[in-house]
Design a protein around this ligand. Structure first.
Ligand SMILES: NC(=O)C1=CN([C@@H]2O[C@H](COP(=O)(O)OP(=O)(O)OC[C@H]3O[C@@H](n4cnc5c(N)ncnc54)[C@H](O)[C@@H]3O)[C@@H](O)[C@H]2O)C=CC1
Ligand SMILES: O=C(O)C(=O)Cc1ccc(O)cc1
Length: 369
C-alpha cells in the first residue's frame, strides 16, 4: 500500500510497527514524532522511520494512517488533540495501548468529527523500552486485538489489517470491556504479582546478604516482567483499576486458601493445589505467543572448557543470528558436559541456530518446553 503513516510515540512498539509496515509496504512514507525529540531522531538514524515531524499537528494533517503508541493516559490526551485538527477525511487512527475501555470511550471525540478510530493492541513486547529495542519480528505469531465499535465500516478494519500485515500477527476482534478483562487476567495482574514478589524479597533481604545471590536463576525468570517500564505500568493499572481490584480480591482468597492448607498441614490438599496448577499450565499452548512473551530457548550440550561460549556464539554471529539471552546451567563437578541455554527472538532464528550449530560442531541440541 502507498500512503503516509504517522507514528506518535516512537518507542519499542511504535518503532517495531514502523519496521513491520515498511517491510510490507515499501512505498509508504513513515513519519515519526516523540515527545522526546532525540527518540525520533534516533529512530530516523536507525532507519526505523523516514521523516521526523516537529509536532503532532504537522505530522497528522497529511497522514493516511495514524498510530498512537504512547503510554495509555497520554494516548487519551493525544486523541483529543487529534480531534481538534483538520485531518484527511479518510484517515484511519489506531493505537497500541495495553488497555482499551477508556481509550475507546475517549475516541468518541474523533467519531464526532467523522474520523475513524479503531482500538488496537499488539500483544507482544518485552520489558525493554525505547526505539533502539524496536524489532521487525516482535509481533510474529502474536495476537493482535482490535476493538472497533459497531459503527466502524468493515472495509476500514480490513484496510487497517492490510497496513499491519507485515506484523505476521494473528488478528482478533473483541469488545473493549472484554479486552480489559482478559488482559487484566493474563497480563496486567501477573505484572503486579511479579513486582510484589520482588518487593517482598527486597524487604526480607535486609540483613540476609545471601538472598540476592540465591535469587538468581528461577527467581529472576519468574520475576522478569518486574523490570518493565514503571511509567507504562502505572498508567495501565490506573486504566484497568476496576478489573484489577476484583482480581486482587480473588487472589487474596487464593492465598487464604493456601494458608488454611498450611495451617491444617493438609498434605493431600497441598499436593492437589500444585497438581491442578501443573495440569492447567502443562495444557497451555506451547507454540502460541501469549501476552507475556516466551523466549525461544535452545539447549546446547557443550564440553565444559573455557572459550566454549564464545565458540558457539561465534558460529551464530557468522550467520548473523541475533540472540536475546545466554546462560549456562550449572553442572555437577564430576560432569565434563554443561548445558548452554541460548534464547532467540523468534522460532525461525532458533531453527537457523540449531542448523548452524549442527553444521559447525558435533554438539547436541534440544528445544525446551
Ligand atoms: N512494552 C510492551 O511490551 C507493550 C506495550 N504496549 C503499549 O504500547 C504503548 C507504547 O509502549 P512502548 O512502546 O513499550 O513504550 P516506550 O516507552 O518504549 O515508548 C513510548 C514512547 O512514547 C513517547 N511518548 C510519551 N508521551 C508522549 C506524547 N504525549 N506524545 C508523543 N510521544 C510520547 C515516549 O517518549 C516513548 O518514546 C503503551 O500504551 C503500552 O501500553 C502494547 C503491547 C506491548
Ligand atoms: O514481557 C513483558 O514485559 C510483557 O508482558 C509484554 C507485554 C507488555 C504489555 C502488553 O500490553 C503486552 C505484552
Amino acid at each position: 500500500m502507498k500512503g503516509r503513516v504517522f507514528v506518535i510515540g516512537l518507542g519499542l512498539i511504535g518503532g517495531s510497527l514502523a519496521l513491520c509496515i515498511k517491510k510490507e509496504h515499501k512505498d509508504s512514507i513513515i513519519i515519526g514524532y516523540d515527545i522526546y525529540p532525540e527518540q525520533a531522531r534516533l529512530g530516523k538514524m536507525l532507519g526505523v522511520i523516514d521523516e521526523v515531524a516537529d509536532d503532532i499537528v504537522e505530522g497528522a494533517k497529511t497522514a493516511d494512517l495514524i498510530i498512537i503508541s504512547a503510554p495509555v493516559i497520554e494516548t487519551e490526551t493525544i486523541i483529543h488533540l487529534l480531534a481538534g485538527q483538520s485531518l484527511k477525511p479518510e484517515v484511519i487512527i489506531t493505537d497500541t495501548g495495553s488497555t482499551k475501555r477508556k481509550i475507546v470511550a475517549n475516541a468518541a471525540s474523533l467519531k464526532e468529527k467523522g474520523y475513524t478510530f479503531i482500538g488496537g493492541h499488539p500483544m507482544a513486547g518485552s520489558h525493554k523500552s525505547g526505539v533502539s529495542a524496536a524489532k521487525e519480528f516482535l509481533f510474529e505469531n502474536a495476537f493482535y486485538l482490535f476493538t472497533p465499535e459497531d459503527h466502524i465500516e468493515i472495509s476500514k478494519v480490513e484496510k487497517l489489517k492490510e497496513w499491519l500485515k507485515g506484523t505476521n500477527a494473528k488478528f482478533l476482534t473483541v469488545t473493549p470491556d472484554n479486552h480489559d478483562y482478559l488482559t487484566g487476567i493474563v497480563s496486567h495482574f501477573p505484572h503486579i504479582i511479579a513486582a510484589s514478589i520482588v518487593r517482598q524479597t527486597e524487604r526480607l533481604a535486609e540483613g540476609e546478604s545471601l538472598i540476592p545471590r540465591l535469587a538468581a536463576g528461577g527467581f529472576r525468570d519468574i520475576t522478569r516482567i518486574a523490570s518493565s517500564s514503571p511509567e507504562m505500568w502505572k498508567d495501565i493499572l490506573l486504566h484497568n483499576r476496576e478489573v484489577l481490584i476484583e482480581l486482587i480480591d480473588k487472589w487474596q482468597e487464593e492465598m487464604d486458601w493456601v494458608k488454611v492448607l498450611l495451617e491444617q498441614e493438609n498434605s493431600e490438599g497441598i499436593f492437589r493445589y500444585f497438581l491442578q496448577a501443573k495440569q492447567y499450565r502443562d495444557g497451555l499452548p506451547v507454540r502460541e505467543k501469549g501476552a507475556i512473551p516466551a523466549f525461544y530457548d535452545l539447549f546446547v550440550d557443550v564440553p565444559d572448557y573455557p572459550g566454549v561460549v564464545s565458540e558457539v556464539t561465534g558460529y551464530l554471529a557468522k550467520e548473523n543470528i541475533s540472540i536475546t539471552n545466554i546462560r549456562i546451567l550449572e553442572t555437577r563437578e564430576d560432569e565434563i558436559y554443561g548445558v548452554l541455554v541460548i534464547s532467540f527472538q523468534t522460532e525461525e532464528d532458533r531453527g537457523r541456530a540449531e542448523r548452524c550449530i549442527h553444521s559447525c560442531s558435533s554438539y547436541a541440541t534440544s528445544i525446551g518446553t
